[in-house]
Design a protein around this ligand. Structure first.
Ligand SMILES: [Zn+2]
Ligand SMILES: [Zn+2]
Ligand SMILES: [Zn+2]
Length: 288
């Protein structure tokens, strides 16, 4: 970004109508029939700079700084801030294609969050969360199905009794496919709520819907749950990174606030769970 005052070369903030250095008004009327370029939106004003995106002439009032720190015209700024994700076009693309394209986009281009549409319906965010939870639930279900399919004969030999019933594998599979998504939906609502409290303390002024959407979108990396063994360890870390990017971009907040919003709740809940485990462990030791 480089926008100097035409009078004193003092650096200007795009959108300011007077220079903070020399105080001169930056809104200058064009002389009729003059050769100076005029603003594309205010033809009676002399242009101050050219938009870095579309090349239009723009007056001081029409200039903005975008998320990439480029000086752009107000029209490009407005377009730039509201790019829909494939997920927002799911009626046209089909739910699965829209979901898959969004997953890839969030995982590979999290730096584009500042240009994305911050608002989305709560139902849409819940559906996205649900779809992201299916791969992991499916793999967990398969794991149990396999365990119960191959273990019974050996277990039966060891315990000399038929403790493992044939229906347990399919039952556990169905249980995972139902409980996994339900758990995911419930935890998304709760954790997005807690994250939103942290973000509000950090001064964000956009609503819970934006946090909820960011939280849902950042679950895209859970598609890695399909990769046996490794995926389940990589996914949560990748999701946390994506969440920091999503909070930073969709709330247009600082990195400090975005990191606090994405990390504080998981860290605190880990500490609380760890504390509870330690407490139980000590209690059990005390009892024996
Ligand atoms: Zn000046
Ligand atoms: Zn422009
Ligand atoms: Zn203008």
């Amino acid at each position: 970004m480089h926008l100097p005052c035409p009078h004193c070369q003092h650096p200007l903030t795009p959108g300011a109508t007077s220079c903070p250095g020399c105080g001169t008004s930056l809104l200058r009327e064009a002389t009729p029939g003059g050769s100076e370029p005029t603003c594309a939106f205010h033809p009676h004003r002399v242009s101050l700079a050219i938009c870095d995106r579309c090349g239009s002439f723009a007056c001081a009032e029409c200039l903005r700084l975008n998320s990439r720190r480029e000086v752009v015209c107000q029209r490009c700024h407005a377009l730039d801030q509201d790019a829909p994700l494939p997920w927002d076009r799911r009626e046209e693309l089909g739910t699965f294609t829209a979901w898959w394209k969004t997953v890839v986009h969030v995982m590979l281009h999290p730096d584009t969050f500042p240009t994305l549409r911050p608002q989305g319906s709560a139902g849409g965010s819940l559906l996205f969360t649900l779809l992201c939870s299916l791969p992991t639930s499916f793999m967990m279900g398969l794991l149990y199905l396999g365990l119960f399919a191959f273990l019974p004969s050996r277990l039966a030999e060891e315990f000399r009794e038929d403790t493992v019933q044939g229906w347990m594998g399919p039952f556990m599979f169905a249980f995972c496919m139902i409980a996994g998504p339900l758990f995911s939906l419930a935890s998304t609502v709760i954790f997005a709520g807690l994250d939103h409290l942290v973000l509000m303390l950090g001064g964000v002024n956009r609503g819970f819907q934006v946090t909820f959407r960011a939280h849902a979108l950042s679950q895209a990396p859970w598609v890695l749950g399909l990769v046996p063994c490794v995926g389940i360890y990589v996914a949560p870390v990748w999701a946390l990174v994506a969440r920091a990017f999503a909070y930073h971009g969709l709330h247009r907040t600082t990195w400090g606030v975005a990191l606090a919003g994405s990390l504080l709740t998981p860290l605190l809940s880990c500490c609380m769970c760890g504390g509870a485990y330690l407490f139980m462990f000590n209690l059990m030791r005390g009892l024996t």
